[in-house]
Design a protein around this ligand. Structure first.
Ligand code: FRU
Length: 499
């Protein structure tokens, strides 16, 4: 597909091609595109009685390309209705792509602040790109008008020496009668920074500071910052493109950090800078990037993230679509930790499948297995206890999560799992994550949706996410206890596609 890109052209293409994709690995309650490539969730909001999910979208191929904003809505965060494409790269200032951004409601209108990317051969920076923040609005939540004043935060609003090719992903909020946004940027030395801007009307923005301190050791380019109040703390989420070795993120793999800072009142976010401490990896698994949060009408802080496939996947390429979102999560902060749990809406979908009175899986046991299912278990796992869950077992294939009380760690291993993504380096097949089950009691909840697996540990202290593309249909999930470990409760559920 060649320029010019328009919304009409994108919608026509989607209409014509959506029926031709192979849905074999598509999830039922994880959002995936009708056709083509997706990455980051954008513009999350609740508007006119529906949750809205916008997303980075290249409808015309299964690889990243000129970014549009795709759009879907939902009443329950799990079943999605596709809506027309919201933004196409159809202006000079966004002709190279409408990159990530966020939404805010003002005077009964929905506004989105996104990054317009332009190629400009007169620029001296790498890739000749200029990234600037642009505004669009909608009265019906479906059709958007781009502001004639765009870009509303031009590259000239960067501090001196900053790189115009890395200035993106504005996350906007309102507090104290003003609008605020944070955006990812890079200083003259190529070091990631998070800048804050402030505005009274969304159109005119003032630079308000180099906002976040304490993360300088994460060298390189940062993306998709998000800052919000959470249970008496300021919570920061930040995606790091190419993390350095020796940190909490696996080196060289795109990953996301969470961080907390004390916060007396939400109004205190309006300050020159916040100091983040502590911080940790948002996901203990393999496939999660570029999250965004928003406040639901009932006050919950909800998160969506891209179940990322930066390297692509050969099978999905043939199937005509690429990428999906994680199961949306509810966030809490407690005693300096971020807790993540699946949105409670999933509970209404769970239908009991098996319940075991006194399971003794010492020699290993197979669970009745179906494509959409949940497993909840509680185990006594102290001393030399070992608990192993093997998912998608067929022949030599499996994806394993093993907890060893003696080692005080989980090992998440996908070296024998299904069809790999194209570019997985050997180091990206295994994660060893320190964890001690409180008082030797281990609690796990696993959610399986065709090719997507998410395991929530304890009160949500850890989440292991992984995509998996089982080669064979006849797989089963298995459970095994070793040493002093034994199961206290074990239940499985079918997850209904609709309530
Ligand atoms: C993160 C990201 C963002 C950018 C978008 C482009 O995955 O690189 O920084 O806005 O994707 O699609």
């Amino acid at each position: 597909m060649t320029e010019p890109y328009t919304i009409e052209k994108a919608n026509d293409y989607i209409r014509e091609h959506a029926g031709r994709v192979n849905p074999r690995y598509k999830g039922a309650f994880h959002f995936a595109p009708p056709v083509g490539w997706i990455n980051d969730p954008n513009g999350l909001c609740f508007f006119r009685g529906r949750y809205h999910l916008f997303y980075q979208y290249h409808p015309y191929g299964t690889a990243w390309g000129p970014m549009h904003w795709g759009h879907a809505q939902s009443a329950d965060l799990l079943s999605w209705e596709h809506l027309p494409v919201a933004l196409a790269p159809d202006r000079d200032y966004d002709s190279f792509g409408c990159f990530s951004g966020s939404a805010i409601q003002k005077d009964d209108r929905l506004f989105i602040l996104y990054t317009g990317v332009q190629k400009d051969d007169s620029c001296s920076n790498a890739g000749n790109e200029i990234q600037q923040q642009c505004l669009a609005w909608s009265d019906d939540g479906v059709t958007f008008t781009k502001a004639p004043e765009n870009p509303v935060i031009p590259a000239s609003a960067l501090p001196a020496g900053f790189d115009a090719a890395n200035f993106r992903d504005p996350k906007v909020w309102e507090e104290g009668g003003r609008f605020h946004c944070v955006a990812a940027a890079a200083d003259g030395a190529g070091q990631g920074r998070i800048l804050r801007y402030s505005s009274k009307d969304l159109l005119h923005w003032e630079y308000a500071g180099d906002y976040v301190r304490g993360l300088e050791r994460f060298r390189g380019i940062w993306e998709c910052p998000d800052v919000f109040p959470l249970d008496g703390a300021a919570c920061l989420l930040l995606s790091v493109m190419n993390p350095p070795a020796g940190g909490v993120l696996p080196a060289g793999r795109p990953g996301t950090l969470w961080g907390l800072a004390p916060l007396e009142t939400p109004a205190d976010l309006d300050c020159p800078s916040i100091n983040i401490n502590p911080f940790d990896a948002l996901d203990a698994g393999f496939d999660l990037y570029a999250p965004q949060t928003f406040a639901a009408p009932d006050g919950r802080r909800l998160l969506f993230a891209w179940a990322h496939l930066w390297g692509g996947n050969e099978t999905l390429e043939r199937h005509g679509w690429m990428g999906s979102m994680c199961l949306p999560r509810e966030l809490r902060a407690r005693e300096g930790r971020l807790l993540q749990n699946p949105v409670r809406e999933i509970e209404a979908r769970l239908e009991p499948l098996e319940e075991f009175a006194d399971p003794r899986p010492e020699g290993g046991m197979a669970l009745e297995t179906c494509p959409l299912m949940a497993i909840t278990l509680e185990a006594e796992a102290g001393g030399d206890g070992i608990l192993a869950l093997d998912f998608f077992c067929a022949g030599e294939e499996r994806l394993s999560l093993r907890y060893s009380a003696a080692e005080g760690a989980f090992c998440f291993d996908r070296s024998a799992a299904g069809l790999p993504a194209k570019d997985l380096p050997p180091g990206d097949l295994l994660r060893v994550i320190p964890y001690r089950a409180p008082a030797g009691r281990l609690r796990l909840r696993a959610f399986i949706d065709h090719a997507q697996l998410e395991i929530f540990v304890g009160d949500g202290e850890l989440v292991f996410s992984s995509l998996i593309f089982p080669k064979r249909a006849g797989y089963e999930h298995r459970l095994r206890c070793g040493g002093a470990a034994h199961i206290i409760t074990l239940k499985t559920f079918v997850i209904k596609e609709r309530v």
